[in-house]
Design a protein around this ligand. Structure first.
Ligand code: AMP
Length: 274
């Protein structure tokens, strides 16, 4: 893989990289297209990374559609596809991990202990293998994006991180490989995440900047959808992921909830007044 990536990037040519877990949808493809626009060649990885799943999570049943994904990527003009086995990525005796301390315990990290350690480790490994000039991530996973930016800064990695907007269904539901788990009733209930964020956006647009009041309004929206169990609804600083009491300097509004046993996440960014 390293040899192929080096060959795809002669002098002065930029290699873009899109790491994924496969089961590709239009959100992933938006990253591939951004990479195609901004770089001369694109590499994509498909690897369902076991170290970012908890023991009771959906690693074994995570959707896998390799042949379809491969064809999609070929049609999108992706030059290089990396789909390693677990054994290749984690040979016996692999005991080195990357921990972005402080950030990894926030938001999803609180309810998914070890998740961001797995993410940071596999992304660091993939960066070392691919050696991209530029790597593309989705705003959908806002905490992940903040953690990768910190990782790159703290470890002096020579990779430019580009974060692309969330791609949504017409009714607002953020595209996710896990949406495939939802039955038709759950699919309707799942829009509560987006509806709660839109309530916050509407209030913010009218001048409300008090986080407690914004969160209270979002929780009212969730109360109307009792089948959905909220994991967290938080308003935090975009870089530190620490809660902010007021959104006037801008903030990340992030939500996670269980629809049945499927855990979904979503977020919006409020831009500050200044
Ligand atoms: P995953 O395969 O879920 O690990 O996601 C791979 C990349 O695609 C990550 O950078 C995600 O943030 C990004 N991604 C997933 N869903 C979306 C979406 N709906 N819009 C934009 N990017 C997304």
């Amino acid at each position: 893989m390293r040899a192929a990536c080096r060959a795809a990037r002669p002098e002065q040519r930029r290699l873009g990289f899109v790491p994924t877990m496969g089961a590709l949808h239009a959100g992933h493809i938006s990253l591939v297209r951004a990479a195609r626009q901004q770089c001369d060649a694109v590499a994509v990885s498909i690897f369902v990374n076991p170290t970012q799943f908890g023991p009771k999570e959906d690693f074994s049943k995570y959707p896998r559609s390799f042949e379809r994904d491969r064809e999609t990527l070929e049609a999108e003009g992706v030059a290089i596809l990396f789909a390693p086995s677990t054994e290749e990525m984690y040979p016996p005796g692999a005991t080195t991990f990357v921990a972005v301390e402080g950030l990894s315990e926030k938001l999803c990290g609180r309810s998914r202990p070890g998740h961001f350690r797995g993410v940071a480790t596999v992304v660091a490994k993939l960066f070392n293998i691919v050696e991209p000039d530029c790597a593309f991530f989705g705003q959908k996973d806002a905490a992940q994006a903040a953690i990768i930016r910190r990782l790159v800064r703290d470890l002096d990695l020579d990779v430019e991180i580009v974060v692309c907007p969330i791609v949504r269904e017409p009714d607002g539901l953020a595209l996710s490989s896990r949406n495939a788990y939802l039955d038709s009733q759950q699919r309707e209930q799942a829009t509560v995440l987006y509806r709660s964020l839109m309530r916050v956006q509407t209030l913010a647009d009218t001048g409300e900047s008090d986080s407690a009041r914004l969160i209270a309004a979002a929780l009212e929206v969730f109360e109307q959808e009792p089948a959905v169990r909220l994991d967290y609804f938080e308003i935090v600083d975009r870089d530190t992921l620490d809660p902010v009491a007021n959104t006037s300097q801008g903030a990340l509004v992030a939500v996670a909830a269980f629809v049945g046993s499927t855990r979904l996440i979503d977020n919006i960014v409020l831009h500050g007044a200044g």
